[in-house]
Write a protein that binds this ligand. Structure first.
Ligand SMILES: Cc1ncc(COP(=O)(O)O)c(C=O)c1O
Length: 403
């Protein structure tokens, strides 16, 4: 089974406990999904509702461009900020999408959104600085903040409220040592899309206070209801305190090609370019050409993938409603939903037993935060047949549970 390596651990806990490793390395947790993946690997006939990457083939025109780039000899380094052709395409694309004029100097091409977020967060995080993060959240942010000695202030969200962030709660949480707010909409693991009012209110307050917004927008095209995407790039007062991160990974189902970017003020991008030189130097060159083809090519491939995700979302929400003990909601983006069990129930135990007894693999909520031990993440990045079969196994099993 293909897994997202960030969602599995990079080393066993024992290794961390050896004294030689730096405090930075120890800030990286052992991911909660690991136990599930290890156990699933020993079993037959497992249905994974745990996958953190798209399950569609990469569109053929993108593959062709990648291969052609290799054949044409595009195997050297690009400019440090990225391939000029890709920077120009990205600037044009974003300027048009959000009616905000952007130039190539506002963008840095990176090795996936992961490197973009690494550069952005670790460039600002330092001891004594606090960063506001939703709980649950994608498991990259808190370790990156802590890697450089910064602190994380979590704001819990609940399935009963669709895992929406209350903008006033975010604003009230800002203190003297707050340096940043991390947003991820649509969210992994909840699929929640923050409405325009939330993004606007947080952007306005952050600009007023001079606090950075780090916005992870990798699922910005996987919007499953008719809506205009409320991007931070659309609503930010200016780019001075904003770093928006995205990539081709989810939109074009090409996470292994590892092309992402960060968008910010020209001054911030200049600083991050230098930092990037000392981390990965440049992103993969032929994959950047594949990215140019993605932006220049026909986008109906994306519409088709989104339509299929929406069809699956509709069905998964219905199936969750039919499953005893699960409280669902209406996720509007990505390919995840994060329903909760009754408050006193430990989802870690439930997921392990469910996997052993039904062969269905989900990810326990505590992999994504400190207040989510009663929740679990369901990914519908798998076929409708597998989804149906998974719930045919889960529903009768849940009926028998006495929590
Ligand atoms: C919210 C979120 N951000 C970033 C990433 C990583 O994206 P990339 O493959 O572009 O590094 C993922 C991948 O699962 C994700 O879910």
């Amino acid at each position: 089974m293909a897994v997202n390596p960030v969602e599995t651990d990079l080393a066993e806990r024992d290794e961390y406990e050896e004294g030689n490793w730096s405090p930075s390395l120890r800030a990286i947790p052992v991911a909660g999904i690991r136990r599930m993946v290890n156990l699933a690997a020993t079993m037959d006939d497992v249905i994974h509702l745990s996958i953190g990457q798209p399950n569609f083939p990469t569109p053929s025109h993108i593959i062709d461009a990648h291969i052609e780039a290799l054949r044409e000899g595009h195997t050297g380094y690009t400019m440090d900020a990225g391939l000029p052709e890709l920077l120009t395409e990205l600037a044009g694309y974003y300027s048009q999408r959000y009616a905000r004029p952007l130039s190539a100097e506002n963008i840095l091409v990176t090795t996936g959104a992961t490197e973009a977020m690494y550069l952005a967060l670790t460039a600002i995080s330092a001891p004594g600085r606090e960063f506001i993060v939703a709980d649950p959240t994608f498991l990259l942010y808190a370790p990156l903040i802590r890697l450089n000695g910064g602190d994380v202030k979590y704001i819990p969200t609940r399935a009963e409220h669709g895992h929406q962030l209350d903008p006033q709660e975010v604003i009230d949480s800002i203190g003297m040592s707050t340096f940043g707010i991390v947003l991820n909409s649509p969210s992994n693991p909840t699929g929640t899309v923050y409405p325009e009012e939330t993004i606007k209110a947080i952007c306005e307050e952050a600009a007023y206070r001079g606090i950075y917004i780090f916005s992870d927008e990798v699922y910005d095209h996987l919007l499953l209801d008719e809506m205009e995407y409320p991007s931070v790039l659309r609503h930010a007062v200016d780019l001075d305190n904003v770093m928006v991160v995205s990539s081709f990974s989810k939109t074009y189902s090409m996470p292994g090609l590892r092309i992402g970017w960060v968008i910010s003020s020209q001054g911030a991008i200049k600083k991050l370019r230098r930092y990037h030189m000392f981390t990965t130097t440049v992103a993969n060159t032929p994959a950047q050409w594949a990215g140019v083809a993605a932006l220049q090519g026909d986008r109906s491939c994306v519409d088709e993938m989104v339509a299929e995700y929406a069809r699956r979302r509709d069905r998964v929400v219905q199936l969750i409603a039919e499953t005893p003990h699960l409280t669902g909601y209406w996720p509007q983006g990505g390919f995840y939903v994060f329903p909760s069990l009754p408050h006193h129930v430990n989802a870690d135990n439930v997921c392990i037993r469910m996997l052993r007894e039904t062969g269905v693999c989900m990810v326990p909520g505590d992999a994504f935060g400190e207040t989510c031990s009663d929740s679990l993440r369901i990914s519908y990045s798998t076929s409708m047949e597998k989804i149906e079969e998974a719930f045919e196994r889960i529903i009768p099993w849940m009926e028998k549970q006495e929590f």
